[in-house]
Design a protein around this ligand. Structure first.
Ligand code: MN
Length: 423
């Protein structure tokens, strides 16, 4: 008899809203509840597929701010699995290592929360069924600079061995390592399947072992764009592993580019934006689509669009024919037409040349802008201080882009006709 389970990770219940969606109460509510609704979707998938187990590979909670309301919600969801005879296996990650909630909830024996010491659990299976052993270690503290792999117990002969680990894998430059361990080391360890968590981007490594990082089941902002999922795993009697990706995101973030080259009229700008959103909507796999509209190109509307960004958002939202599509934010990078030859004919183009050229790039102006940026950055909470880059080169690039954008915004205010005057 095969062993079937759902592998999820990084649900981040009660994750604080990091998105500008906060400004729109309805959208804020949708995104604020999305991680809970994703957990409901995971539980429903387990029940529909009548799997043997649900594995949650860390960061079930976002942090210590978790409320008792969330704990009750989790207890109710897990209760549905317990009633259906589905086992639940949880390890703690860097975000929920110190969470007191799971310690305060009492669960029946079919719910296993691994401790900080390696354990190998042999599951109760029907006579003749493939023996299954689940190995796991929880983060005992939020930081785990060393690999946890040497602590795991060796594979049990004759059984399907499944390892649960929260890890940053080989790691990414600029990010702290969390129980770092390259996928090839996991592959060589002798387990059939590695149920990983931590990285919010799905990846699958197929070798001697099947190593899966499922990504989070619900994106939290535009940096976690696209449909998000869990993995439905079947281990056959011959211990071969079969994977199915199942979408669980209630809402998916997407950056939607709109190019306004050739567009000179406001209504055409609205139609082009709506058409671009509709194309993405048609391909979206989640119930709700949350769009970051990136409007660019060269258009005589540029200065007006920059000045009236709020009206652009409102007009596109009103024209969207489908429900469940949201504009989270508009990024405006349009520029007004104006060849070099025109400079001199239009004093504003002359001004733009000065602001983005001799003045904008001068040492004195850059130094003054750097001072302002540093002062603003110092007032941000620590998690936002990388907003202009984490090293000198990326800081200078961000600053130069902001100076260019700022110049365009100043020109927009000087130049644009009134909204009423536009057709
Ligand atoms: Mn993590």
């Amino acid at each position: 008899m095969p062993f079937r389970f759902v592998h999820a990770a990084d649900i981040h219940l009660d994750s604080p809203l990091r998105s500008l969606a906060l400004r729109d109460p309805q959208l804020g509510e949708l995104i604020g509840n999305a991680s809970r609704r994703a957990l409901e979707a995971i539980v429903k998938l387990c029940l529909d597929e009548q799997v043997d187990a649900l594995l949650i590979a860390g960061d079930l909670y976002d942090g210590e701010q978790t409320s008792m309301k969330t704990a009750r919600f989790l207890a109710a969801q897990i209760g549905r699995l317990v009633q259906a005879g589905i086992g639940v296996f949880i390890i703690r990650g860097n975000h929920d290592a110190a969470s007191k909630i799971t310690a305060e909830l009492s669960f029946p024996p079919s719910v296993k929360i691994f401790s900080g010491r390696a354990e190998a659990l042999q599951l109760d299976r029907e006579a003749g069924a493939l023996p299954v052993v689940i190995h796991g270690i929880s983060f005992a503290k939020p930081h785990a600079p060393e690999s946890l792999l040497p602590k795991y117990k060796p594979p049990v002969e004759g059984a399907a061995n499944i390892g649960m680990m929260h890890t940053s894998l080989a790691g990414v430059a600029g990010h702290d390592p969390y129980a770092p361990c390259p996928a090839r080391d996991l592959d060589a360890f002798g387990y059939q399947y590695w149920a990983l968590g931590h990285i919010h981007q799905r990846s699958v490594t197929l070798g001697k072992s099947t190593v899966v990082m499922p990504g989070n089941p619900q994106g939290r902002d535009i940096n976690e764009a696209g449909a998000k999922s869990v993995t439905l795993v079947t281990i056959a009697d011959d211990r071969t592993v079969h994977l199915e990706e199942r979408i669980t995101s209630i809402a998916q973030f997407e950056r939607v580019p709109v190019c306004l080259d050739q567009i000179a009229e406001w209504p055409d700008m609205v139609s082009a934006s709506v058409a671009a959103v509709e194309r993405v909507r048609a391909a979206a796999l989640s119930e709700h689509l949350v769009v970051r509209l990136a409007i660019g190109g060269t258009t005589p509307l540029a200065w007006q669009l920059r000045r009236d960004l709020d009206l652009v958002k409102q007009a596109v939202e009103e024209a969207l024919p489908v429900e469940k599509s949201w504009i989270e934010k508009i990024e405006m990078s349009c520029t007004a037409p104006g060849a070099a030859a025109d400079i001199g004919a239009d004093p504003l183009l002359d001004l733009r040349g000065l602001m983005q050229g001799d003045i904008g790039k001068s040492a004195g102006f850059t130094a003054a802008a750097t001072d302002i940026a540093n002062e603003l950055r110092a007032q941000l909470p620590p998690e936002l201080r990388g907003i202009l880059g984490n090293d000198e080169a990326s800081f200078q690039t961000s600053l130069a882009a902001l100076i260019d954008q700022g110049a365009e915004d100043v020109l927009a205010r000087l130049h644009a006709p009134s909204r009423e005057g536009a057709v």
